[in-house]
Design a protein around this ligand. Structure first.
Ligand SMILES: OC[C@H]1O[C@H](O[C@H]2O[C@H](CO)[C@@H](O)[C@H](O)[C@H]2O)[C@H](O)[C@@H](O)[C@@H]1O
Ligand SMILES: [Ca+2]
Length: 678
């Protein structure tokens, strides 16, 4: 069938001149070859803590009811105070917003609802000035059906965009490809009445897939990447990356052509914008995901999200056994040097259950989605705190797992205060509601009329914004917010969590997960009780006989590893330990990974101090292989953050809560965001 030509109705973007590339792939202003940013440190992503922040949900600066770039700029002090290293911004491009912005209608602009490209440049500058990096979402697989490329493709099949999408006269192609959005879609093909052909779409029918077989599509996408690199972004989350190419007789996922394209993209980025990272969103099994790291000769992505481990953290908590976590990590192949996993507890999508067995999925629906309204596609559309029954112990344990297992963690905005969700909203909007800053109107997110908000603030009985908000938690020293900030600080002092080896340990109790993280400078023993009752466990640490164990949070000394290599510990309900493993002859005064804590022989709680001074540290924590920690390093601290009067006191470290350590003079170590002027 030859496609018939139909004239575009008024309102359809004009056809670009034949033979030219799309008009919006050149930078609006040329930022030159000097790329603004934090420099080209190649390894930062391996120790970074990421924070996913939805622009429209974070802070509304102008009372429009929609969060915006200036709002985020205003809240950078909060994020610096919290201690995150890199923001991930989901799409903020012009979009009909039928899929939260993942339906892009212009790749090289900012949607005017959020601000301007100049605002974006200011965000980059201000974030970098605070030592915070930014990666942005790159939605390559598909566009919105409103994108000028698609409109041109529909109306002029013989024009320059005629072959930009995957068109077919029949739906009997690629029949082995599954449907991903099973709640709404019945086919991966949709009929276009203008071109009178079907177009391919892996997601919503309003998101036609681009045709990567067309070299012009590849070039156009490279130019999009160049455009944003010139603004100084530190990297890209590559959305839905397994689906770029299609091939008859396959699942149309993870195809060799997709890997070839990614290797070419990486080569371009390395050559033209070194230091820019690529993070793959490939919701696949580990053996398929590791292919997205590429090979030494043809590297692809620096990071890949580890989708299968995420649901197993939740599974293990309800099953009260560590086996699911141990097994999936055992099935996870090694990754190349310099590469890193991306881990997370929640994100802007449903808690996907694609990477669990049918039996595990059924169990998780039973445990976590008792109301069918809580389900979406193959997953659960709820936030972290309500998923875990708002149990502080479970939320802490989930974070302890996230922050100590291999990978660089991503936090989802609002989870640091235990924000709730709203299952009465459609689709994944249930967990995309406005950030809760204060107990005031619109939770301090916006000054607009409440009815004008892009989504209502959460007003559920348990998670009402009047109770769950940043201001209240800043004022409460034992709040979840202070706890999260504290544990991020502790993690930062132990880069071994980012790049150390992971070794699972033998334990005599199924509820207890134990492993070591080791690098050339230190070894940490991590022990977690997944059960909601106390457990005693004997852990085998071959090679560590006689070593001392010291709690990283408070510096308390634990019984040493026995001569036969075992250690016996008792853990409370949902309890965990992070313990420094040190040589027997290392002294009582050994600093704990950057916190100059003193460990009194009596076993009293030590006083914990943080300063900005350069400390000279004895080689206190040699790794098992005998390497010494560098003798001098700067203790990281946020105490130099801007201050203002009215700081609510932060607590000294409670027994299990790694709250923000106090400064040496006894004053709280860091300013609140309010003090910092946000
Ligand atoms: O752009 C379409 C979608 O792309 C991402 O989807 C991913 O999330 C899906 C669940 O919502 C998941 O099943 C799929 O495997 C992923 O690629 C993006 O994160 C979504 O928000 C978006 O709708
Ligand atoms: Ca595709």
């Amino acid at each position: 069938m030859s496609p018939s030509r139909v004239q575009p109705p008024s309102g359809v973007p004009p056809e670009p001149p034949a033979g030219t590339l799309p008009p919006r792939v050149q930078p609006v202003r040329d930022l030159g070859t000097d790329r603004p940013g934090l420099g080209e440190e190649s390894d930062w992503h391996r120790t970074a803590v990421f924070y996913e922040v939805l622009l429209r949900a974070f802070h509304d600066s102008d009372g429009s009811g929609i969060g915006d770039l200036r709002g985020l700029i205003n809240r950078l002090d909060y994020l610096q105070w919290l201690g995150v290293d890199c923001l991930w911004l989901p799409p903020f491009y012009p979009s009909p917003l039928r899929d939260g912005g993942y339906d892009v209608s212009d790749y090289t602009s900012v949607d005017e609802k959020y601000g301007t490209l100049e605002d974006f440049a200011e965000l980059m500058e201000d974030a970098h000035a605070r030592g915070i990096r930014i990666i942005i979402d790159l939605v390559m697989n598909h566009t919105s059906d409103q994108h000028p490329w698609f409109q041109a493709s529909r109306y002029n099949p013989d024009g320059p965009y005629g072959d930009f999408y995957v068109w077919s006269d029949t739906t009997e192609r690629y029949e082995d490809a599954r449907i991903i959005f099973v709640d709404t879609e019945t086919s991966n093909w949709a009929f276009d009445p203008v071109r009178r052909q079907y177009y391919w779409h892996r997601f919503f029918s309003h998101q036609p897939d681009l045709n990567f077989e067309n070299p012009a599509v590849k070039e156009a996408m490279f130019d999009v990447v160049r455009f944003w690199c010139r603004t100084g972004v530190d990297g890209f989350r590559l959305d839905a990356v397994p689906y770029l190419y299609e091939e008859e007789g396959t699942s149309c996922e993870n195809l060799p052509a997709t890997h070839e394209f990614l290797a070419d993209l990486r080569a371009m980025v390395d050559a033209e914008f070194p230091g820019t990272i690529l993070l793959a969103e490939a919701n696949q099994w580990p053996e398929d995901v590791v292919a997205y790291y590429g090979t030494a000769d043809r590297p692809e992505c620096h990071m890949c999200f580890h989708f299968p481990v995420m649901p197993r953290l939740y599974y293990a908590l309800r099953e009260q056994r560590a086996g699911a976590i141990r097994d999936i990590l055992a099935d996870t192949p090694a990754i190349p040097p310099g590469a890193q996993w991306g881990t997370f507890l929640r994100n802007h999508d449903e808690l996907t259950l694609e990477m669990v067995s049918t039996e595990e999925r059924a169990a998780m629906y039973g445990w976590y989605a008792e109301d069918p309204r809580m389900r979406a596609n193959v997953g659960i559309r709820r936030r972290l705190a309500p998923l875990l029954g708002n149990s502080r112990a479970e939320i802490e344990l989930a974070h302890a797992l996230l922050l100590s297992l291999p990978g660089s963690p991503t936090l989802y905005y609002g989870d640091e205060i235990g924000m709730g969700d709203n299952i009465w909203l459609p689709d994944r909007d249930s967990s995309r509601t406005p950030m809760q800053w204060t107990p005031d109107r619109n939770a301090g997110f916006s000054t607009s009329d409440p009815g004008k908000l892009y989504l209502p603030v959460v007003q559920s009985l348990v998670n009402h914004y009047a109770a769950v908000n940043v201001e209240a938690q800043l004022a409460q020293p034992t709040s979840l917010l202070h706890w999260v900030r504290g544990i991020l600080e502790v993690r930062r002092r132990h880069p071994v969590f980012g790049h150390g080896d992971f070794v699972p340990l033998e334990v005599d109790n199924d509820a207890v997960l134990a492993f070591t993280r080791s690098d050339a400078y230190e070894t940490l023993l991590c022990v977690m009780n997944l059960a909601n009752t106390p457990r005693a466990a004997t852990i085998w640490l071959p090679g560590y006989a006689g070593r001392h164990l010291t709690d990283v949070f408070g510096g308390a000394r634990f019984p040493a590893v026995a001569r036969d290599g075992h250690v016996s510990l008792t853990l409370g309900s949902r309890d965990f330990f992070w313990l420094v493993v040190s040589d027997a002859d290392e002294t009582e005064d050994a600093p704990l990974g950057g916190i100059p804590a003193e460990v009194p022989p009596s076993g009293e709680e030590p006083e914990v101090r943080v300063t900005t001074e350069v400390h000279t540290v004895s080689p206190a924590h040699p790794a098992p292989h005998g390497h010494a920690r560098p003798s001098t390093y700067v203790v990281p601290t946020t105490s130099s953050a801007p201050r203002a009067p009215g700081l609510p006191p932060t607590a000294g470290p409670p027994s299990r809560a790694p709250a923000a350590p106090a400064a040496g003079d006894g004053t709280p170590a860091a300013a609140t965001p309010e003090e910092a002027g946000s």
